[in-house]
Design a protein around this ligand. Sequence first.
Ligand code: LLP
Length: 489
Amino acid sequence: MSPQSKDSPLAPEWLSVPADLNTLEPKMWAQDAARNDSGELTVGGIPVSELQQQYGTPLFVMSEDDFRARARAFSDAFNNAFADICGGVDVYYAGKSFLCTAVVRWVEEEGLRLDTASGGELAVAAKAGIPGADVALHGNNKSDLEIHRALDMKLGRIVVDSLGELVRVGDIAERRGEQAKVMLRLTPGVHAHTHEFIATAHEDQKFGLSMAADTTEQAGLSAAEEAVAAASAHPGIELLGLHCHIGSQIFEPDGFALAAQKLLRFLAAMQEKYSIVLPELDLGGGYGIAYTSVDTPRPAAEIAEAMAAVVRSTCAELGIDSPRISIEPGRAIVGSTTFTLYEVGTLKTVRVDAPAEAGASDGGNNVTYPRRYVSVDGGMSDNARPVLYDADYSAILASRTSTAGPQLSRVVGKHCESGDIVVRDVYLPEDVAAGDLLAVPGTGAYCWALSSNYNYLARPGVVAVRDGSARLIVRGETEEDLLNRDMGV
Ligand code: LLP
């Protein structure tokens, strides 16, 4: 007899069989995602089959109402927590997570600002018409062109990443007879618990000015201090303050709080030593979201309170007024607003030996266990995160409910690559069949943004749902789009 597929020993330890495979776990979904009376997944009341008919699959389905609600919730939570400390917080939505002109307008209408990381992102901001004063520019290797563009747009802040760049920004602004508004990005040496490639405040990485002593040619000075001294002396620079970003997809507030404390101590020391005032402190983004049932993101208010408590006590201890605080959340605003809708194609079941650590005893009979591969019509070209960061996702059968039993499944794409995995491990109903629709939640951040044309797949469109109606905010690519940069010579 073949072993039961329920509770498969092939499943990772964190994955348990859901009590009901049809349930949407609220923490992973937009607030207006639900099943209708016929069991179909809907967003804002619109069934996914309708979206498929109109726009095709794969498709990014984003709830605009949910985006706006999350943007407001973040901004309200931080403004409340910091009201008595510095009058509130400026929230810069990190456009790298997902950016198009519609989103820039939502951000602006909800009272947030915009964080960009390249000339291209600045072009989107400009096209959307957001005032430059509400825009920040990041990047560890900004081109002169990008610096000029930032100055043309009269950006509210350019976040300078290195000593060399500081001089370049200052000189360009001075030649233009202007002053660039500058924040200095520092690496506070806080090691956040996240994937190595998305942790950014430790020493051994490309971003930011080190706060460790003796990191420049001037004996005893850190690169961060040398930058403060150089920036305050440069006629082309108005030094607004300091910035840090410790990493991404972080749940625990203590890393943010520790970074805030380190930067405040440094800020106070610099104000004293150089007789300057640094009126702004940006604590970056990085707040985590739920991709699977075991992820435990904190409510924005809890993070905000934890950070506010540390800023309040540190400023009191240092005897300084708190600078104006800003933050840069991306994923926490857009991530859970969106799911990717795919159509199921090829199905295949393989039989696999139980991993030794699963402890399955087969009495020497070499028992194998089934894993079902469910192929969908997209893949690593619309979600590179599983490949890049071993990111886990979950998935549900979206076009209908099912009473069939759970089957350990691996959702894979259609690329010519065996690592082309969308959801590594998930229990799906045994009767999932070709033509069914699957939905993968939590794909609002860094999925469309990281998408590619690998194997000449067209990048999917993005549909936004608001007040029960859907519209394309980014159209999907056509075959013509795929060919139109090919010079044919
Ligand atoms: N501020 C700065 C300076 C950043 O570098 C980032 C993200 C953010 C804010 C926004 O972080 P968030 O709140 O979205 O975590 N592609 C990776 C994440 C890269 C994050 C890059 N910087 C991923 O898919 O996990």
